[in-house]
Write a new protein. Sequence first.
Length: 319
Amino acid sequence: AVIVNEFGAVDIDAALLKGCALGCEDEEQVDEGIYELANGCICCTVQEEFHPVMQKLVERRKDIDHILIETSGLALPKPLVQAFNWPDIKNYCTVDAVVTVVDGPALAAGTFAIDPEAVAEQRAADENLDHESSLQELFDDQLSAADLVVVSKGDLLSQSQGFEVESLLHDQLPDTVKVISVNAGKIDPRILMGLDAAAEDRIEQLTTHHDRHHEHDERHEHAHEAFDSVTFEAKDVDGEQLLEALKTFVAQNTVYRVKGILALKGKPLRQVIQGVGSRFEVYFENRWEPDEERGTKVVLIGKNLDENAVKLHLEACIS
């Protein structure tokens, strides 16, 4: 079974997984295997949304070998792993491993500082620096919970950049945590399973930025509360026009992530668009079904995004 959590209102990742069918024999089996938790961060809705889904899966445990939880990239690992110590989950499930995916080119470009103590010292020395949760703190907390680290987009790194990224990560990780690099997202699933880490047994020993803020009674918001998610929807579009419109908007605004499924004029196949920072990738997926409603849905995640401004810009560029 797969639990997919999306920060935006539209669950693009779940739609892509269903399109792949995950080796299922029919549509009903696909629907039974994928659980969507959209429009929010799973670490903040553990009790309300995640727990009920896990209870359903526990009831179906004879039919399930593994449960893969794909969280939002803005999720804190600790609250989620802690849920596996609740009796009605712990009696039946264990966290085989926490796998943290690191964007290789972003780390190589210095997007994330790798020294949390240096960041803390800078913040203490300069009262003008943001003291709320940041991407840096989120990165640190996700890395500290990892049992395995996967560096994505290894094919976009030079050999020297690859060595530098792995060295930076190894400096911050225990020797027991392995770092592997993957190209174009391709990885043998057997590498991700069977680690027997039982992460829930040690999670309380993990002190995160989020914990430290609360220990000092600081006014503190979880990182994703500083981010905005905007959804753009349309009918059939010109893919090249929309891509250029997105590139222009990203260049002029703070956008970290773009993902979407496009319905192209005169094309029977869906087009998938993926963007991280200024990097974009587009590719074709499976066909639109005859009884399926065609439509374009794109999600942008960033800071200080004005929903009306996004929609007006994109509509003007593709009209």
